[in-house]
Design a protein around this ligand. Sequence first.
Ligand code: FAD
Length: 634
Amino acid sequence: MKLTAASSSGLVSIDAQILFRVCLHRNYPQLSSYLLTATFMLPCMWDSSRAHPPTAQENTDEQGSNFKAAPTAACKGKGFTKPRYPYIKKASSFSSVPGEAYDYIIVGGGTAGCPLAATLSHKFKVLLLERGGSPYGNRNISRLQNFHISLADTSPSSPSQAFISTDGVINARARVLGGGTCINAGFYTRASPSYVNAASWDGQLVNESYPWVEKRIVYWPNVAPWQAALRDGLLEAGVSPFNGYTFDHIYGTKVGGTIFDRRGFRHTAADLLAAGNPNNLRVLLRASVQKIVFDTQGRRPKAVAVQFKDENGRQHQAVLEEGAGGGDVILSAGAIGSPQLLLLSGIGPKHDLEKLRIPVVLHNQHVGKGMSDNPMNSIFIPTKKPVRQSLIQTVGITKMGTFIEASSGFSQSSDSIQCHHGILSAEIGQLSAIPPAQRSLEAAQKYARNKQNLPREAFRGGFILEKIDGPLSTGELSLLNTDVDCSPAVTFNYFSHPYDLKRCVHGIRTIEKIVRTKHIAKLSGADEYPMEVLLNLSVKANLNLVPKHTNDTASIQQFCRDTVITIWHYHGGCHVGKVVDHDYRVMGVAGLRVIDGSTFVNSPGTNPQATVMMMGRYMGVKILRERLGRAAAV
Ligand code: FAD
């Protein structure tokens, strides 16, 4: 394939090796305002029907009309908003009464942490500590149209904390009650039965736990035109059969669920807390856990408390109830947060801990190892007319282990047109408003000032993306310092294994076939755009800090390497069998578990959130049944 030379930008030449050492907000505030998202852009309200009939509340216009506030508020988002539930409080409200203790202390009110806390609270006293604020009242979280704004918000109170892996790929981790479910693209799809078997989970309990989540916060989408075109294009390109609307992971093409309802209103894992027992549940926001405290007097170190900092920087200690058959500290701080906290607490490779003068509680060389991220590459396809905004609704599951999904719509919402999305935002790439060689701080500022005046046509188009399942390329996480607010260094080594690259090429070739089908061509006039042109457009649309080559579209392999971005499905760092056992107990210590995406060797399903939430519920029920038998009554 002969292609024109791709461009390289001044910005992409910034040394990723230096950047990853950045604790963005504190050390490089000027840089942090330039970090941003990848390719899922700008959905709009679509009419979705629910997995169960909509409630009266959903049928009113109330929520929709509430969202029409001033655009500037949306750009900033909202900081600490009034929690919906009385048991959710600011961390500063914590005062340790002598003798007060908890059966379970859960660190991280995210995708796994919320269903876990709700479930355990049925029988036990639970303290849930979340470093972020409330999702309620923040329309950058609640409104599907504003998906990208949270990711663009790099302020210290943003629900999304940007980080850059040492590979040079811009990434994000959640920092809000509800975790990843508050900032993600909402697609909901289960893991395959073989995944469940490989995890040694109890199939029956798994089959009870998914519906527990689904009946509370999952909906069926009303398929948007771009998603319908992908569905039909996939089938015509041979990714068949069509499996209809299903949560199940089946080869072929399907429409999955979503946590956005028919008004484009996001439902999150935080909503699952409503299923808990309010008398037993205490949720603290802006409670940043610094470390786990161990009693090291006995045969094995035992977790007995955690230290956390409140929103005013004051330190507190929350303690576990003592006694036989007692509870645990449970880390559900996500694939970055959980290994980071183990390391900060003295569990990890001895040599690394000693370098940072962290007292060693337990040497375990596997903590932070085996980190993976499913690499994503996407093709940008301009369209004849603006296409309705959409996030993921359709997926093609190929036998090669490549998943094909799509997003569309770059016509800005009235909120988002006002916002500065940073020089690395996909829309700048799509627009090519700033020629790559001229991308600079000043150019980005000028762009941000003038953005509202740009013609809407410039935002027309959609992405078809592919991600590979279970990458064989793995990396690691290590601490840069002892500050828990500062993201650790993470390396994913994208495409270091040749089979991953082979699968990426297969994915891009499949997309090429889909682009040529009449279903996509109808919207795009794709005949006008040979694949070479689309690849070149896509080089600009997918911005990362990976060093560029002048021939990065000369081969699909080079395109895969140079345009790799993330679909945010990173996982690992606390693998089962290496850091935790099959009950998710940290090996070698007592009173400590890890229950979240950091325990996965592979990301479940095509997209993980369904299984992470299921896992929270599943483990909650399992623990209750183990401790109480029939009396658990769950
Ligand atoms: P999280 O949900 O991140 O929870 C960890 C929580 O712990 C966070 O709330 C964090 O603030 C808190 N925490 C961390 N450290 C501390 C500490 N020291 N003290 C106190 N609290 C702490 N998946 C899908 O299935 N479908 C999608 O469409 C999809 N799109 C995505 C788009 C984006 C932008 C992102 C970021 C992710 C997406 N994902 C999607 C992935 C999915 O959302 C995540 O895999 C999942 O949410 C991870 O869950 P978790 O429980 O492991 O971590």
